[in-house]
Design a protein around this ligand. Sequence first.
Ligand code: AMP
Length: 226
Amino acid sequence: MKNNLICVLIGAPGAGKGTQAKNVANHFKCKLISTGDILRENVENKTVLGLEAKKYIDNGNLAPAQIVVSMIKNVIKSSIEKKDASDNNFLFDGFPRDLEQNKLFEQILAQLNLSIKAVIYINIEDDVVYERLTNRRVCPKCNRVYHLKFNPPKFDNLCDDCKVALITREDDKIDVIKKRLEVYKQLTEPLIEYYRKKNKVIEINGNKDAEEVLKDIISGINCAKQ
Ligand code: AMP
């Protein structure tokens, strides 16, 4: 087995995976792969995959495993071919999302002689999820994320960078948040138990502020690397 750094970020919707993922990937020079971002990009570009996935995303359900796993397989392979993942180090945000995806993921990694080093589990309370997601706004142009109370835009509902009106993600509406949390507990949480048994889980308290969470993740991964 090669000594690559392959990490997976798991946490409830609103746990801060997306925010942390970018910084963690920069810090460890990993290629970041976020299934949520790739799916949203496909939805925006109205690709066949995006049109299919939109039905699931808008209701808070998981997109079908075949779609997501084949998409991931292509991204990993093309990153390795193009050598745009230094030392084939990868950080996965939002994938795998259930045991079925995980089984296929492990097969793909094994074929490439790779394996998961650490699963970073960002643990937050349900009321924090609701508070964060109902106040989340995003720029439809650059995808910058704001929080109406804790990280508001400088000018009324406009992106600081693009000056475009911010939007609420379709799946940040209250009924969809509820559904996403249910799906997370039912399908994603069993993955945490699976990886706990393999001693790969680094549990992080996600209720703290983003900078502290980042520090905890970095020191957790550094321990796992030794
Ligand atoms: P996220 O941005 O990771 O919260 O993902 C937003 C939505 O995209 C989810 O609620 C799912 O509908 C879909 N999605 C993201 N990642 C996956 C995945 N690995 N498997 C299935 N659906 C996913």
